[in-house]
Every structure is written in structure tokens, then in C-alpha cells.
Design a protein around this ligand. Structure first.
Ligand code: MV4
Length: 452
């Protein structure tokens, strides 16, 4: 078992992990930057250590400082949370080299999935369908042109070293190819320190559907269904839901079984997410995330399974306590990400919270590190609260979400809350009639209305 857990993160996710750890009888250690000395994750933890100044690279990304904090406090495990060091294979390795448990998969699996080309290669070998693309990094224009000729334009240039849309370029014609390649390579180098790029066939209007898996260190694995994360703006998810309104139970079972088979074959342990693009009845694997995800609560709401609790238990060397047949999907869940941003321009709006009241009631959950008087900093992510609701079906879930949004009070700063109130009235949203580009159009319309 883990007796003392160091949580190498901040904000709502640090609270989320702290809560699961406390329920398992673990002591917790918070680490924090000088800017976060009075943050909620520090207040709740049993102990805390300041690991550096406000800038993330000097604190939450400061590996020696975090390892020293673990040594000083006698922690026996480190949870990296989300972002920061969560998918850093070198950090995972360093944690284990110090004789501590890294709450996550092995460094080898993080490395394998961190490179999108080796991830796609692994998926193909394991029988998971991928988007047609070049299997190797493209070094010569001729290779890219030949591939595009074969599958037809438009094609997409992507960075091998990282996902999230950075270094991505749509190429409409052969003439555009040389410049698109060099721009993408430069961006890839800047963002990921790796200039390698590859080409994929471009899917014009896919949905983003991701499958949650959970595996122990003894070869047992289950899937916990999918989440539909198609509602994104500039590759930032705004609203996620489970189950996907457009999947049949048969599609869910088949896709889930493919992912479970893959993690068993890989010997992967921990939580993980297989990301797919879905178009015209077909799934195409694009990436795997080797960490907990921000939107994990919607899966928890429809399965009743505490993902962070299970993540801690498998890291501690426990066997999964359930089998696939024990996992039942009940009702519908949605999550709104409330950001400290102007709801029309999305400009950051840090500042001091002058009043705070979270909604409650049946089927309502709020994951947030806010409190009255707290100061939202500009140094970090603008996510300030996640509002998650569950209902017996999608329509009930939407009604409950509207009701809960109406109760939410966050004063002193601007948040994206009003955007969700508009979204929940939109006929296309209500009919689940959207793809990954739809939200950009919805936002553009709001901006035009505002300007008029
Ligand atoms: C694609 C695509 C269309 N065709 N790949 C964007 C981020 C990265 N994770 C994958 N992305 C996409 N890859 C092919 N071959 C469209 C996107 C995409 C997207 C994907 C998921 C969610 C939102 C998106 C918004 C724009 C583009």
C-alpha cells in the first residue's frame, strides 16, 4: 500500500487526487509554487512543501525539487496529476529510480505513446484501425507528395512528437506542400523539441471519441466506455459527455474490446485513453493518452467507478476488483469546463474571487479549487471549475445542467459560464448534430452578434 502520497500538481485536479487518497487512508503531501502558498490544494493536504517560484518551469516542472520534497516528507509515491510532468517518461523513470511508486504507466509505455508514429504503429499491430498516413517521419517533399497523390487531397501534416493540434497543417494542393512541411517542422521543433512530421489523410468532419481503459499490473484490464469530446475550441475541450450520443451498444462493446485487448498485449498498467476520430461509421485511432484526463468525471458518473481510487490501487500493486461484465453504464453525464476567460473573446481574466457559491442537488458535482477571496493567477491554466451532472438520459442531463449553471455564482472575475447557457439552448447541440469544427462556428456567430 501507499502510506504517503505526494501530489505533484495544483488546482482542482490536486484536490481530486487528495480526496481519493484520503478515502484510502493515505497521508498527502502538496507541493506548491510561491504564488500558490494559500491555494486550496495546500490547505487540504496533510503537509506541504514550496518547490519554487511562480513560473511552472521553476516549480511544477522542477523535477529535482519535487523529488527532494518527496524525500524530505518520506512520501512513498508520486501522482503527477494532469499536464506538467504527467506524460514525461524521464520523470516517471526518475521517480522509480528513487525507489518511489510513479502513479501512472511505465516510462516505456509513456515513451511509446508519446511519439504519435510509434503509437500508431503499435495500434496497427494490435488490430486497432488508424487514420491512413505515412508510417515514418517525412524528410523529403517527394514522399509527402506521393502519399497525398495516393490518398487524395486534402491531407494533414502532423508533428510526431506531440498532439493537441500544435504543428498541424492542412494541405489542399501539391503546391502548398513544401511550405506547409517546413512550417510544421519549425512549429514541431518549437513546441516538442522534435522536428519530425508525418502526413495523414484529412477527415473533413470527424467526431472526437475516446475510450477509457484501466489496467492492473497482473494483466487484467477493462474499458469504461467512451467520452464524446467533439466540442472543442482551438483544441481546448469545453464540454464533454458520456456516453457518446451517436454510438450503439454494439459499437461501444467492439471498440472497448479492441482497446482492452491492446492494453493486455502491451502489458500496460494504470489508466489510459485511446483517442479516435469517428466519421461515417468508422473509427480511426489517432493517439493514446497515458494519464488521467480532465474529463474523467463523466465516465465516473455513468459507471459509478472512482477512477482515481482505482488508479492509486493499481499503482500500489492491487488487482482490479471487477471484471468487464461487472461494469454497467447508467444514464448520461456532461461536464462544462468553466474558465477564467471572457465568454466571447476568451481573453484570460485572472483576479480575485469576491463571491463564490457552487450549485448542488441530485446528480450535480463540482470539482474546483476556488474559494471566496481566492486569487486566480495568470501563470497557470485558466480552468477554475468543472461542473459535472448526471441524468437518466441526455435530455434530463441537459435540464439539470441548465439548472445547475443557473445556481453557480463566481463573482470578481469573468468566466465562460454564460457561453454554456447559450450552448445548451442550441438546436444542433440538443440534437447532437456536431463535429469537431462545429463549436468554432457557434462561437464565431456569438462574436458576430456581440459586435453587431
Ligand atoms: C485530424 C483531423 C482530421 N483528419 N486528423 C486535432 C488535434 C489532434 N489530437 C488531432 N486533431 C485532428 N486530427 C485527420 N487525419 C482533425 C483534427 C481536429 C480535431 C480533432 C479532435 C478534436 C478537435 C479537433 C479540431 C480540429 C481538428
Amino acid at each position: 500500500m501507499i502510506a504517503k502520497l505526494l501530489i505533484a500538481n495544483r488546482g482542482e485536479i490536486a484536490l481530486r487526487i487528495h480526496r481519493a487518497a484520503k478515502e484510502l487512508g493515505m497521508a498527502t503531501v502538496a507541493v506548491h509554487s510561491t504564488a500558490d502558498a494559500d491555494a486550496m490544494h495546500v490547505r487540504l493536504a496533510d503537509e506541504s512543501v514550496c518547490i519554487g517560484p511562480a513560473a511552472s518551469k521553476d516549480s511544477y516542472l522542477n523535477m529535482p525539487a519535487i523529488l527532494s520534497a518527496a524525500a524530505i516528507t518520506g512520501a512513498d509515491a508520486i501522482h503527477p496529476g494532469i499536464g506538467f510532468l504527467a506524460e514525461n517518461a524521464r520523470f516517471a523513470e526518475m521517480v522509480e529510480d528513487h525507489g518511489l511508486i510513479f502513479v501512472g504507466p511505465s516510462a516505456e509505455h509513456i515513451l511509446l505513446m508519446g511519439d504519435k508514429l510509434t503509437a500508431k504503429e503499435a495500434a496497427t499491430k494490435l488490430g486497432i484501425p488508424i487514420v491512413p498516413g505515412t508510417p515514418e517521419p517525412v524528410e523529403e517533399d517527394a514522399v509527402a507528395l506521393a502519399f497525398a497523390e495516393e490518398v487524395g487531397y486534402p491531407v494533414l501534416v502532423k508533428a510526431a512528437g506531440g498532439g493537441g493540434g500544435k504543428g498541424m497543417k492542412v494541405v489542399m494542393t501539391a503546391e502548398e506542400m513544401p511550405e506547409s512541411l517546413s512550417i510544421a517542422r519549425r512549429e514541431a521543433q518549437t513546441h516538442f523539441g522534435n522536428p519530425a512530421v508525418y502526413i495523414e489523410k484529412y477527415l473533413p468532419s470527424p467526431r472526437h471519441i475516446e475510450v477509457q481503459i484501466l489496467a492492473d499490473k497482473f494483466g487484467n484490464a477493462v474499458h469504461l466506455g467512451e467520452r464524446d469530446c467533439s466540442l472543442q475550441r482551438r483544441h481546448q475541450k469545453l464540454l464533454e459527455e458520456a456516453p457518446s450520443p451517436i454510438l450503439t451498444p454494439e459499437q461501444r462493446a467492439e471498440l472497448g474490446a479492441q482497446c482492452v485487448n491492446a492494453v493486455k498485449e502491451l502489458g500496460y498498467h494504470g489508466v489510459g485513453t485511446f483517442e479516435f476520430l469517428y466519421q461515417d461509421g468508422q473509427f480511426y485511432f489517432i493517439e493514446m493518452n497515458t494519464r488521467l484526463q480532465v474529463e474523467h468525471p463523466v465516465t465516473e458518473m455513468i459507471t459509478g467507478i472512482d477512477l482515481v481510487r482505482q488508479q492509486l490501487l493499481v499503482a500500489a500493486g492491487e488487482k482490479l476488483p471487477f471484471k468487464q461484465k461487472d461494469i454497467k453504464f447508467t444514464g448520461h453525464a456532461m461536464e462544462c469546463r468553466l474558465n477564467a476567460e471572457n465568454p466571447i473573446s476568451f481573453a484570460p481574466r485572472p483576479g480575485k474571487i469576491s463571491d463564490y457559491h457552487a450549485p448542488g442537488g441530485f446528480g450535480v458535482r463540482v470539482d474546483s479549487a476556488l474559494y471566496n477571496g481566492y486569487r486566480v493567477h495568470s501563470h497557470y491554466d485558466s480552468l477554475v471549475a468543472k461542473l459535472i451532472v448526471h441524468g437518466n438520459d441526455r435530455a434530463t442531463c441537459v435540464d439539470r445542467l441548465k439548472r445547475a449553471l443557473g445556481e453557480f455564482v463566481i463573482l470578481g472575475i469573468e468566466t465562460t459560464l454564460p457561453l454554456f447557457q447559450q450552448l445548451l439552448e442550441d438546436p444542433d447541440f440538443l440534437a447532437s448534430n456536431f463535429d469537431v469544427k462545429w463549436l468554432e462556428g457557434f462561437v464565431a456567430e456569438l462574436q458576430e452578434k456581440k459586435a453587431a
